[in-house]
Design a protein around this ligand. Structure first.
Ligand code: THU
Length: 154
């Protein structure tokens, strides 16, 4: 049997976003300014809005021993996980001033996002933006990572 995996997402102009969404992208942009990326010089900022309206941010952190560095998304999500705040995540925004098109998360970040979304038991709204006014909006991490690895022991 053949099956089709369809992904729906929106291509939006930043002006059409809701006020909380705009604010979140601005928070991610601010966070990108504080990235530690002396090697790639590719700054990325990430921000989440929790159900109660609180905003948390993160950014990429590199290291001279290259694989020791971490993407903005995981820096933020692991920090939220460490503070038991994952279950309240509602919206996640990622921004890079160094990408003209919306910056999209790497596979490892998608995997981490996928597991935390499952844990939080609600679908996250995901916003991706770059230096242009174009924003991609996805609803649900599963749209970004079909057939994600899940730990369900036999
Ligand atoms: N990076 C992120 O922080 N997030 C992404 O979604 C893609 C890549 C970082 C990792 C590294 O510090 C730099 O961007 C270049 O790959």
């Amino acid at each position: 049997m053949q099956r089709l995996w369809r992904v729906t997402y929106e291509e939006l102009h930043e002006d059409t976003l809701s006020a909380p969404e705009k604010e979140l992208i601005q928070a991610a942009a601010k966070a990108a300014e504080h990235a530690y990326a002396p090697y790639s010089k590719f700054h990325v900022g990430a921000a989440v809005r929790l159900r109660d309206g609180r905003i948390y941010t993160g950014n990429n952190q590199e290291n001279a021993a290259y694989p020791s560095g971490l993407c903005a998304e995981r820096t933020l999500l692991f920090s939220l996980g460490a503070q038991s705040l994952i279950s309240s995540v509602e919206i996640l925004a990622v921004y890079s001033p160094h990408s003209l098109s919306p910056v999209m998360p790497c596979g490892a970040c998608r995997q981490v996002m996928h597991e935390y979304q499952e844990k939080s038991q609600n679908r996250w709204v995901l916003l991706f933006a770059g230096a242009s006014s174009l924003v991609y909006r996805f609803v649900g991490v599963e749209s970004l990572l079909p057939f994600a690895f899940v730990w369900r022991p036999a």
